[in-house]
Design a protein. Structure first.
Length: 330
């Protein structure tokens, strides 16, 4: 157990996780290039809890060679278990563009022959160096939860140094020159950014650059704040219609992504690396345990050792890795 514990607590070992099922990218091998939980935002709906350390300046967190080796090893393990990988995705528990080595990481990872994706909250896209790094990826998702100051501050709770106009202009600048597939994601929160006026403003802005795909999302996992509520179905549908009226290619991101989480050889390591950025439903955990041919005692042991936390959301049980402190909704 001690050797496993050492491996699981090794931050380099945890730089890559999965593959996990993605509603947008198929089977996605995640890259966690930001230590927990450093971000430019502290979104009320964040699935891994409140931000522990808010910052807006880029810095180096891990050596590019460590990121590359961690991902290569996870690819090797996945292929050894016949687990498919459609994308290598930068989707950490913080904001990936805070990493000043992001561009170098992307260039190295493209040598694997697997497409590279980045899911960003867009907060630093007003910077040219960030746009240049993102242009190296094959697929980029930019977050646009609000375009008015009030809704932006309520939903995303940004670092005080950030400027919304600079972010929006940065998105337009990036979209005008990016050669890969660009998508947007808008997370709707009841009574925060789901009123028709805000949705009209968001759709008007997105209509200026017409992404490959625009996703309308709702919280499907335990949020950072207990008061976060999913908008009624008619509100979500209205948002879809507003986007559709502007001829924006729009899809919902409101369903469960499935239980096709990969087992790559060490069940405790897989559980903890996945749940550090991707809370897992109870049925998904059962499915992963079946792949590993082990029982629920593994989960009980991780909970007793305070490495894993059980939470309930919308009458379903989820499992989340414990960071420095549990999310506020626990």
């Amino acid at each position: 157990m001690d050797s496993d514990s050492t491996a699981m607590d090794n931050p380099i070992k945890n730089l890559a996780f999965g593959p996990v099922p993605s509603r947008r990218l198929g089977q996605s091998l995640g890259i966690n290039n930001i230590p927990p939980k450093i971000c430019t935002y502290s979104c009320v709906y964040c699935q891994v809890g409140r931000t522990l350390n808010m910052q807006s300046e880029r810095m180096a967190f891990y050596k590019p060679e460590d990121v590359f080796q961690a991902v290569k090893e996870k690819i090797r393990e996945s292929r050894g278990k016949n687990e498919p990988i459609d994308y290598l995705t930068f989707v950490p528990d913080g904001e990936p563009t805070l990493d000043q080595n992001l561009g170098v990481d992307i260039e190295r990872l493209k040598s694997t022959g697997i497409s590279v994706a980045v899911i960003t909250n867009s907060s630093l896209i007003g910077r040219k160096d960030v746009r240049d790094d993102l242009k190296k990826a094959d697929w980029v998702s930019v977050k646009i939860d609000a375009v008015s100051q009030g809704a932006w501050h309520k939903v995303n709770r940004p670092h005080g140094s950030l400027n919304l106009d600079r972010i929006l202009n940065g998105i337009l600048e990036f979209a005008s020159s990016y050669k890969g597939e660009l998508s947007t994601e808008t997370m709707l929160i009841q009574n925060f950014n789901d009123d028709p006026d805000e949705i009209e403003l968001i759709s008007e802005f997105i209509g200026k650059f017409m992404p490959y795909k625009s996703y309308i999302a709702i919280p499907t996992r335990p949020p950072a704040e207990k008061y976060v509520e999913v908008p009624p179905e008619n509100i979500v549908n209205r948002a879809y219609q507003i986007f559709n009226e502007r001829m924006i290619p729009t899809e919902y991101l409101i369903g469960y992504e499935g239980n096709a989480f990969a087992f790559t050889g060490n069940i405790e390591e897989d559980l903890l690396s996945i749940t550090s950025v991707h809370p897992m439903r109870q049925d998904a955990v059962h499915k992963l345990l079946e792949k590993a041919k082990v029982g629920w005692s593994v989960v009980k042991d991780l909970i007793e050792r305070e490495k894993l936390i059980e939470v309930e959301y919308k009458k379903r049980k989820f499992y989340v890795r414990k960071l420095n402190h549990p999310p506020s909704s626990l």
